[in-house]
Ligand binder design. Sequence first.
Ligand SMILES: Nc1ncnc2c1ncn2[C@@H]1O[C@H](COP(=O)(O)OP(=O)(O)OP(=O)(O)O)[C@@H](O)[C@H]1O
Length: 363
Amino acid sequence: MSLSVHFHGTLGRFELDVAFEAPGRGITALFGPSGCGKTSVLRCAAGLQRLNGRFALDGDVWQEGRTFRPTHKRPIGYVFQEASLFPHLSVRTNLLFGHSRTVGRGVPEHIRLGDVVDLLGLGHLLDRSPEHLSGGERQRVGVGRALLSQPRLLLMDEPLAALDRFSKEEILPYLERLHGVLSVPVLYVSHDIAEVERLADHLVLLRQGRVVAAGPMQELQADPTLPIARMPEAGVTLPAVVAGREDAYGLTLLRLDGGNLLVPGDLGPQGTARRARIAASDVSLARNPPEGSTILNALPARIVAAERHDDVQMMAVVALGEEGRGARLLARVTRKSWDALGLSPGQPVYAQVKGVALVQETM
Ligand SMILES: Nc1ncnc2c1ncn2[C@@H]1O[C@H](COP(=O)(O)OP(=O)(O)OP(=O)(O)O)[C@@H](O)[C@H]1O
């Protein structure tokens, strides 16, 4: 853990008291409903807002007691909802804007123009004017510009919120590549759970200025007591590796921790790393190996926890593998079948996976 965050104080009538630790690598998402304090935490991290508390990155203290490093002395890149690019400068010059103010003044260059151009697919746009870019392209330039200022921390505040669905889909794969390629940690604010699940490795759930839970994405997703498990789209995102093909049927075998899944399509050569999303509504439970079913995937697992979801449904957490030591899935099942099968935590079951949505490449 090398990002240590604690801010407390009041903003107008809003009380913020947020403390969490996060890894010094990868994307940490701050997620919660509108007005819960996400942007305020980011502004405090940037030094744009001063509340009491402490902020340290890799042991380097930016705020503590009377110590308060002003924004211009914090090695951060900040990406907002809309990139404010200079309209009279080319994309290349816009990209290099922060670069000249850091590398030009002796800051070591750990992120180079060529790397950013490759990562964000900007090669064909370099000589264009920002006025002739789509919304998604502008945001990619905004991200590139922030990275080229050689930040040690990237702050992203709803970077996709202003984009239409099509542009969002276009830019997401570029952002997905960020955490695989760069070692710069990212604090990422969003109120869109689908976006957060695609991008983040670590999650901080906020509510009314407080941290509800913080931890690795997978762990929090599989906690039936948290508000994200109550959302209709609840599910888990698991690391997976392509383990083989069934060419005759157009299927790919994906290896998860504790079990294998057959999924449609060509997901790349053996060994390709993927992120597989399995929705709670796509998992059902059986006490015996299912016979005569069209469902391809029935994985041995063990029930580890269960919560009543509503009047009709239960939310169960199952851990894959006969011993129940593997990855955890959520399963939303009716209370009626839960009772009829006499299910309870500790029992061995078969998790029937009806569908695997979103299978992304990770690098
Ligand atoms: N400088 C300020 N003065 C007074 N109130 C403030 C200030 N900054 C933030 N607030 C209040 O703090 C609360 C949290 O705001 P914040 O923008 O951090 O929430 P958020 O979770 O990012 O919301 P959204 O998702 O809608 O952007 C809001 O009620 C806001 O009005």
